[in-house]
Design a binder for this molecule. Sequence first.
Ligand code: PEP
Ligand code: MG
Length: 589
Amino acid sequence: MAKKILQGIPVSVGVAIGHAYILTRDHFCLAPIQNISEELVEQEIKRLEDAFELTISNLKELKAKIPEEQTEYSSIIDTQIMMLQDPKLKHAITKYIKDMKLNAEWAVEKGIGDIEKTFNGIEDEFFKTRISEFKLLSRKVIGNLIGAGEELKPIKSRVILVAHELTPADTVELDVSKIMAFVTAQGGKTSHVSIVARTLGIPAIVGIEDVENQILDDEFIIVDGFTGRILIEPEEEEIYEYTERQISFEQYKRELFQQSGLPGKTKDGFHVKVMANIELFEEVSSALDYAAEGIGLYRTEYSYLYRSRLPGEDELYEEYRDLVSIMSPKPVVIRTLDAGGDKIGKGFEKLEEANPAMGLRAIRFCLKFKKIFKTQLKAILRAAEAGNALLMFPMISGLEELRDAKRVLEEAKNELEKEGKSYKRDIPVGIMIELPSAVLVAEDLAKEVDFFSIGTNDLIQYSLGIDRTNKYVSHLFQPLHPAIIKSIKHTVDVAKRAGIYVSMCGEMAGDPFCIPLLIGMGVDILSTTPHSVPGVKRVIRMLSKKECEDLLNKILQNSSVKENNRIVKEKVFDKIPEELTFYTSFFDN
Ligand code: PEP
Ligand code: MG
């Protein structure tokens, strides 16, 4: 038996066997806070200057390792170097050493604190986003002052990343190609870490209390992304057993990959298009490799995160144009910026909202910061000429909000007109249905849009009142809750009556236990992580529309989520048993 076994929530399938890499960010608890004598002032300033120099050379080394095509990441580092070279920053810190006789570590915190206060007072988003960068740099400098080295120790060989939490900003700094699996204390099935793991096709487990202290750095572990088990210091027999499982999973994926060109058509001929959700432009290659029939959701917020400043219209235009033309004639649904909530993380944390998920997120954020919004809309409108692009607004709560967003879209068109830039005037416009209010007014909304895309990650969060990133309520994240099934069914029915198409791009679209019900409702498109596309198509091919409708009718008569889960499980186990060996589902919470 292994030395210890931990149980968490499996959120991405697969097995990883290897050494743990514990991601820790806080050197602050180690940083000494003390006063110094007058004679030590010069020495302390020299220590500070050395730490700045070392941080700059660490950044330069990091930059040298970045592949050429990742220009955005390189430019983040260039900006950080420039910030460190700015005499104003050094002056803001050294004055605390000279005047208040504080040691260098404390002076860094005080100096950065002053800058933060100044920036907080400026009513400009761009300046506010800089605060987090100063904080990040101060951690790096303090790390070097206390000799703890760089904030993140380099990942040398392939490792299993163990962290308390993994934010979108963390993934920017990490070399994900060296990560075999993720294990975190925080998170749920639809939080950032889970989506990233599924996109990368690596196993992940979340929700293990205090995991960063339960597993030692470099300890040998097995991550079982099917059951959520972590085996610490396993025995030889266990290593053998899991290696076998790993091999058979790889075989299964290869077989599936060979069939990825086959369509998602039921036995009785109902074609459900299967598309890919992507977060970054680079993922378009895996969408094509896995034969996605389009990009059903491009989460544009992630490419804002990669930049050290807000992107300009031309930059965004080039990115979207490339994506749209590579995929052409297949469709690409470009969702406008969904910043806030658990998205973007550091870049926007200065909003200091007590309840960010209910705060200034997505369309609300864009309607407040219209300049940012309009810049993006203009880029999308121009890029749409390169192929088959569709525009989608996130988190629409009702008609007025939709009309406000469309008004800004009109303004963007008018500006492009005046500037003499060519663009696609009649780009199809759709909305995410991810708020309960949108479900209830879907009839009104359907009259004014070209399509709906159901975002179950948020629809479940807001309907059932469950924070999608909170492990304590993760077991309550129930897609087959009668309220959720009714909400989805109502949305699909409304879309059908209105003659617009309806897709689903929430994680539920890739869950084999949910797919039969979605087919039964007649959803036109399922959009999921690129790696899941072939599997979803195969599940569809194993079913008939008729039997899915029968199953749906049974479920609609029930008022118990437990009963729904039982019925669906029985049916799915009966129809596609061989598929299930390699899936995790929302049922396994
Ligand atoms: C959703 O809410 O289901 C969705 C697809 O959007 P996101 O996960 O980006 O919030
Ligand atoms: Mg959403």
